[in-house]
Design a protein around this ligand. Structure first.
Ligand SMILES: NC(=O)c1ccc[n+]([C@@H]2O[C@H](COP(=O)([O-])OP(=O)(O)OC[C@H]3O[C@@H](n4cnc5c(N)ncnc54)[C@H](O)[C@@H]3O)[C@@H](O)[C@H]2O)c1
Length: 382
């Protein structure tokens, strides 16, 4: 069986996601001797880094098995040895880079959200289709073990008729004044693609569509809870992008979902993201890895007695879904899927059109906020 190579331009490798997920997983594929394709060939990704910070890029090149780095994206795009352009840099600057890559005839893979607005996302979809390049958007969360277990429960009919869903996401992000912030300042600046609703409704769309049922309507209220922050250079700035979004979704079949998304909340729940599904025959709560169930027949009847403390510990009344399957790391699953799609035309779900649907829901969340009303989610055509 043959070895094949695929050249990948990785833009934004010095960022949090770039270093901890994308570069790391591509290096893991290299360490394994390449990705095993269906015909037995091994596909070896050759990675070149592009970005703005020579010292940081140089440090990554020294620490990793990559070809090198360049600040000159056009030169990298002009090199016929590079097959794929991948961007995981700042959201607000992504679309123009993707357009240049499509024009250069590269296959294009993007972090979510693929664009700051729906028109731009659909334009990218059209351009990529016309140019005949393969395209995709990261949809990592559906590969998390907790969410894979939820999907298995739904497909096995565990829930009966699904009634409602509760998504709770978030934690406290420091303001950079009292303690250093865990998120870069661009996240809080609208012009750079900031805003937690844009960031997270891009996830909620595919999670809800694929794990529960397709979204049909949305109601959302966003907030800026922390209006002043200090950036990476120690300069104070006014926040103009939302740091929390409180939403409701209606799904096919009349299922109702409440979605709490906040970088201004403190954790007291099973995980940083939890998804709770209630159905006629059973309920389940998933975090990133674990998933716990309570069937109708195992449902206790807690006493309501305002005069005495609650005798039951509700956390003890759930059963863990066992780890019978070895799930690959979620971002690794994303890369394996896109590389197979490019190398052997394997079917691939999260194309640009799916990425555009994610941006659509975020855009409708902001529209609902501005207009204080429920908004229908219309079907999307490229
Ligand atoms: N799939 C997921 O679960 C997930 C999670 C977090 C972030 N993301 C997405 O990944 C992207 C990067 O997020 P991150 O948290 O890694 O960001 P980050 O701030 O840690 O990294 C940003 C990267 O972009 C580069 N960059 C290019 N132009 C820049 C500019 N003008 N200003 C600042 N940085 C610039 C930086 O050098 C750095 O490499 C975002 O689009 C975000 O929405 C996805």
């Amino acid at each position: 069986m043959a070895d094949r190579r695929l050249g990948i331009i990785l833009n934004g490798a010095t960022g949090r996601m770039g270093t901890t997920q994308h570069l790391r997983n591509l290096m893991e594929i290299r360490r394994e001797g390449g990705l095993l394709l269906s015909n037995g060939d091994r596909l070896m990704p050759d990675v070149i880094l592009t970005g703005r910070s020579p010292e940081k890029l140089e440090a990554l090149v020294l620490a990793n098995d990559v070809l090198g780095w360049t600040e000159n994206l056009d030169r990298a795009l002009g090199d016929p040895g590079n097959d794929i352009f991948f961007d995981c840099s700042v959201t607000g600057y992504r679309a123009p880079l993707a357009k240049r890559a499509i024009a250069a005839g590269k296959h294009v893979y993007l972090e979510k959200p693929m664009a700051p607005d729906l028109d731009t996302a659909l334009e990218l979809t059209r351009l990529a289709t016309q140019r005949g390049v393969k395209h995709g958007v990261i949809q990592d969360k559906v590969h998390l073990p907790g969410l894979m277990k939820l999907r298995m429960l739904r497909d096995a009919g565990f829930f009966g008729r699904i009634l409602s869903v509760k998504i709770e996401f978030g934690w406290w992000v420091f303001d950079g004044i009292f303690q250093p912030s865990q998120r870069s300042s661009w996240n809080y600046r609208k012009a750079e693609g900031g805003g937690v609703a844009l960031d997270m409704y891009a996830h909620w769309r595919y999670i809800v569509d694929r794990v529960v049922a397709p979204v049909t309507r949305i109601l959302c209220r966003t907030a800026i809870h922390t209006p002043k922050r200090r950036d990476e250079r120690g300069v104070d700035y006014d926040v103009d992008a939302d740091d929390a979004a409180y939403g409701m979704l209606e799904l096919e079949g009349g299922i109702l979902a409440t979605v709490s998304t906040s970088w201004a909340t403190r954790l007291r729940r099973d995980d940083m993201l939890t998804i709770h599904i209630d159905g006629t025959h059973g309920s389940a709560v998933a975090g990133l890895h674990h998933c716990r169930t309570q069937a109708l027949v195992n449902t206790p009847k807690p006493p309501w007695n305002a005069d005495h403390p609650q005798p039951m510990n509700f956390y003890d009344q759930w059963q863990s879904v066992p780890d019978n399957i070895a799930y690959p790391p979620s971002f690794r699953a994303c890369w394996d899927g896109f590389l197979r799609h490019v190398a052997e035309d394997a079917p691939f779900v999260p194309t640009f059109l799916e990425g555009a649907k994610a941006v659509q829901l975020a855009e409708l969340a902001y529209q609902s906020d501005r207009e204080s009303r429920w908004i229908d989610v219309p079907p999307l055509r490229p």
